[in-house]
Design a protein around this ligand. Sequence first.
Ligand SMILES: [Zn+2]
Length: 172
Amino acid sequence: MEKLLYIPDPLLRQKADKIKKVGSEEIAISNKMMQIMLNAPGVGLAANQIGILKQIVTILFIDQETKKENKYSLFNPKIVSYSKDKIVMEEGCLSLPKQYAEIERPKNIVVEYLDQNNKLINKEVSGVESRILQHEIDHLSGKLFIDYLSPLKRNIMIKKVQKILKNKKNEK
Ligand SMILES: [Zn+2]
């Protein structure tokens, strides 16, 4: 089973390839990703984070209208438009354990992707769903949320993660 990668793993900085067609292999990867994300636990995962350079993302969030837990996979997700309105929200990342930062991003986006049945979906998303998708789609082009911070803050976080991972290793 693939494991979560942490910074500074170079695979996190690579671009993921576009999928030609969503087939059984891609669905198997997304199922595995969903499992890893739920176990972590996390609210989003990009395939790069488990070392697979394919454009696949999984997401988990509470639907604001129905108040129900909602989760799904996106293949070749692409943001086709951004709202002018921006909003600051706290972000974390499974590849940077225990690190959080307030990041400003567009409030709403229109996202386009293939679903599990190869159907092209185009929809507007807002709230936490919009935030998670922007963060995860960044991963597919090798971008991390710390890239929005000053170099100083970024380096502090990277060092903290290395310390946490080192301590984890020593415990075993
Ligand atoms: Zn992340």
